[in-house]
Design a binder for this molecule. Structure first.
Ligand SMILES: NC(=O)c1ccc[n+]([C@@H]2O[C@H](COP(=O)([O-])OP(=O)(O)OC[C@H]3O[C@@H](n4cnc5c(N)ncnc54)[C@H](O)[C@@H]3O)[C@@H](O)[C@H]2O)c1
Length: 341
């Protein structure tokens, strides 16, 4: 079985992909600067799978010599590229950081692949490349007009990929996630961003600590006035990466796929689910709308279901929230809780 280089593999979605790869029999070399990732996430997988090679190389994706050496020394046949900066708000105030990591860093990884003759690339893109939706559900033919530097930085890479394929033969599968959610059902790994901007962990922390959760905007043109999002389980996302990898290994061509559950869930519905799952009340404070938050973002995943035979397995909202709650409850301070044990 071959080796896969996973950039950002110490992060939330990347670590779930690392686990899925290891369970499918691949060896994995993680390349991560640990700016937002966790060594403990890597160790949590490696210690439970002693028969697999799961190695962490610390480094910045913009460091061309180091990325090239990592690809060469690992003998990787494919690259899954998760490493990125991903705060929409920060991308507005610090766009250069987003262009440096998400554009220059990604092009550096691709350049290293070209140099090493690695031709299979799986790219983490985002619903933010679509901008304000003209229609929902959003399929792959929807116009891409990002409204922040984060979305622009991911779209810039999407647009570069066909040129790199023509010049260097690199085949790329682009996966545009909507809202990644939940945690490993086995409880090995979970979500730990700092600061945490994602709704489910914020709502769980509010339920746990009895603190109030700010809901940003309650006057949207949606059934209950709050934003509607599409929460897709992180293990289902990891599965999509495996299917994309197998497709490229079979000699399949490049493609771009939207990835969501296809169900719109409002912030209020999500809070109700958190209350059901935790058995605790979530106190809510009404806040203003956040700039750049579209009213509704719901994916059509019909293409990946048809072409790569992807099916979400943990699609029910309460099941998604329950996995996140189990992780949160066992690690109230994220991976730091484990360090304190
Ligand atoms: N979380 C979501 O809902 C979501 C939605 C759409 C797309 N995405 C994309 O999925 C990918 C993973 O997101 P995540 O939620 O797991 O984020 P994360 O922050 O948990 O993981 C990103 C990882 O990349 C690493 N990293 C950051 N900059 C780096 C650099 N310069 N060099 C090397 N490593 C670096 C971090 O240390 C971290 O481990 C990102 O590309 C993101 O844009 C995420």
């Amino acid at each position: 079985m071959s080796t896969v280089l996973v950039t950002g593999g110490a992060g939330y979605i990347g670590s779930h992909a690392v686990k899925a790869l290891a369970q499918a029999g691949y060896d994995v070399v993680i390349y991560d600067d640990l700016s937002a990732g966790h060594r403990d996430a890597v160790e949590a997988i490696a210690t439970r799978m002693p028969g697999r090679v799961i190695r962490l190389i610390e480094g910045d994706v913009a460091d061309r010599a180091r990325v090239t050496a990592a690809i060469r020394s690992s003998g990787a046949a494919a690259v899954m590229h998760f490493a990125a900066k991903l705060s929409v708000g920060e991308s507005v105030t610090a766009p250069l950081k987003y262009y440096a990591t998400n554009v220059t860093g990604t092009l550096t990884v691709l350049q290293a692949m070209a140099e090493c003759g690695v031709d299979a690339f799986i790219f983490s893109s985002t619903a933010a490349t679509f901008g304000e939706p003209a229609r929902t559900p959003i399929d792959e033919t929807h116009p891409q007009q990002p409204i922040n530097a984060y979305g622009e930085s991911k779209l810039a890479v999407e647009r570069a990929l066909p040129h790199l394929e023509r010049a260097h033969g690199i085949r790329a599968v682009t996966l545009r996630y909507f809202n990644a959610a939940g945690a490993d059902p086995d409880g090995w790994i979970g979500e730990d961003h700092s600061p945490e901007e994602h709704l489910i962990p914020r709502a769980l922390a509010a339920a746990d600590r009895g603190a109030a959760l700010t809901v940003f905007g309650s006057d949207y043109p949606t059934p209950d006035g709050t934003c509607v999002r599409d929460f897709v389980h992180v293990t289902d996302l990891a599965q999509a990466h495996l299917l994309a990898l197998e497709h490229l290994e079979r000699g399949g061509g490049s493609g771009d796929y939207n990835l969501g559950n296809g169900q719109g869930v409002s912030v209020r519905e999500l809070i109700a689910s958190v209350e059901r799952v935790t058995g605790r009340e979530v106190a809510v404070v009404a806040g203003p709308r956040r700039a750049g938050d579209p009213a509704a973002l719901v994916a059509s995943s019909a293409r990946i279901m048809r072409e790569l035979r992807w099916q979400p397995r943990l699609a029910a909202l309460d099941d998604i929230v329950a996995t996140a709650w189990r992780w949160h409850h066992a690690h109230p301070n994220g991976y730091r809780s484990a360090e304190q044990d």
